[in-house]
Design a protein around this ligand. Structure first.
Ligand code: CS2
Ligand code: MG
Length: 402
């Protein structure tokens, strides 16, 4: 299966998506997501200028050898741009191999470990009342797991809570917009949000919350402790994860489960947190952590310490990523949950997909490959439009974690 063509499709149907398409001499092709929110063009250049030309003539069946070639070849290993580019190639090759074998991708991984895949969606509200309504709406759609984000009195523009009930799209401006933050106001308010939700909906709903890297370790310890009565499914990205030792302090103070890893791109980013049992869920995704090939390694390593998967699934991870992720989720023994921020109709208009949602769960479909395809004619209608993620400042103007 000699590779005869390898290209990038950059499109912006409501938001930017980067798709790798690899075609072999017998006309078979596979596609992979290589979208890096706010840095899409960097990945396009990495692919077009350095990676894809070197794939022509190689055997598409040699997924592992190509993975090692693209990972070790540049000399400069790891990093979000290179690993997202590698992920696009890797998923395209897995898609190709499964199509050549005429079987759904999950069968190549070892068959399914479950009947359906639990997913969680986002419920956001500008105040507690609106948040309760958003939780109720998600519950009525069948979700058994719901991520809750609420506006904080006294903070104008906060992560994860769009104004006026709009759908949440983080890359909201050509150049970075600015958000404001007060840990004091946040910490004094958030426990009440979950108290109200548990009072309204009872103990069985899986509740998740994303701190989005904004606390110090002792603040995260306090929040985890104060949320214990509400039995969260997980508290996500409580602190930045460059220095992973700091999670030891959080762990000393709270049994609230911790989830980290959506911005990780290598198994080496995950190792200390997993082997020191500092987290409970690993959030790496097939699009940012080097594709299926590395995600399998991460999941198997995590299983040694009882850590489960909880892959990232925001709208800036394309339907191609979601398709591949669901085949991975169908197989992976230590599955936890799959995030799903529904793509808009416009975003979905350039893709076709086999995966199905029903009552809070997904199934990936039985189509050979990962079951997602891209309509290049439709995609060409939506030219790239630069969009940047916000930055975040404390009320005194200090640049803080977004
Ligand atoms: C968030 C993301 O879904 C999540 O857990 O952290 O929405 C994140 O903000 C975006 O993917 C950034 O592009
Ligand atoms: Mg997150």
């Amino acid at each position: 299966m000699k590779i005869t063509d390898a290209k990038v499709i950059l499109t912006c149907p409501g938001r930017n998506f980067v798709t790798v398409k690899i075609t072999t001499e017998d006309g078979l092709y596979g596609i992979g997501d290589a979208t890096l929110n706010g840095r899409e063009k960097s990945v396009v250049s990495y692919l077009e200028d350095y990676v894809l030309p070197a794939l022509i003539g190689r055997d598409a069946q040699r997924i592992e050898d190509i993975w090692q070639f693209v990972y070790r070849g540049p000399y400069w290993r790891r990093g979000p741009v290179g690993m997202t580019a590698l992920a696009g190639v890797d998923v395209a090759l897995w898609d190709l191999k499964a199509k050549a074998a005429n079987m759904p991708l999950y069968q190549l991984l070892g068959g399914r470990s479950r009947d359906r895949i639990m997913t969680y969606t986002h419920a956001n509200g500008e105040d507690i009342e609106a948040t309760l309504a958003a939780v109720e709406k998600a519950r009525k759609q069948g979700y058994q797991a719901i991520r809750v984000q609420c506006g904080i009195p006294g903070i104008d523009k906060i992560y994860g809570v769009p104004k006026g009930g709009k759908a949440y799209e983080p890359a909201d401006a050509d150049l970075p917009s600015e958000e404001s933050w007060s840990t004091h106001k946040y910490l004094n308010f958030i426990p009440r949000v979950f108290e109200e939700i548990r009072r309204e909906f009872g103990p069985d709903l899986h509740l998740l919350h994303d701190v989005h890297h904004r606390l110090t370790p002792i603040e995260a310890a306090r929040l985890g402790k104060e949320l214990e009565p509400y039995h969260l499914f997980w508290l996500e990205d409580a602190v930045p994860a460059e220095n992973q030792d700091v999670f030891k302090l959080i762990r000393q103070h709270t049994t609230t489960p911790l989830a980290v890893g959506e911005i990780f791109n290598s198994i080496h980013d995950c190792r200390e947190l997993i082997q020191n049992q500092l987290i409970d869920y690993i959030r790496t995704s097939v699009v940012h952590a080097g594709g299926i090939t590395q995600m399998r390694r991460i999941a198997d390593f995590a299983s040694l310490w009882g850590v489960r998967t909880g892959s990232h699934g925001a709208t800036d991870l394309s339907p191609v990523c979601m398709g591949a992720a669901l085949h991975f989720d169908y197989w992976v023994p230590n599955f936890g949950v799959q995030e799903h921020m529904p793509h808009s109709e416009l975003m979905e208009s350039v893709f076709t997909r086999a995966y199905q949602f029903e009552d809070g769960f997904f199934t990936p479909g039985e189509t050979p490959g990962h079951g997602v395809d891209i309509d290049e004619v439709e995609a060409a209608k939506y030219p790239y439009k630069r969009a940047s993620l916000p930055v975040n400042r404390l009320e005194d103007g200090t640049l803080w974690h977004w």
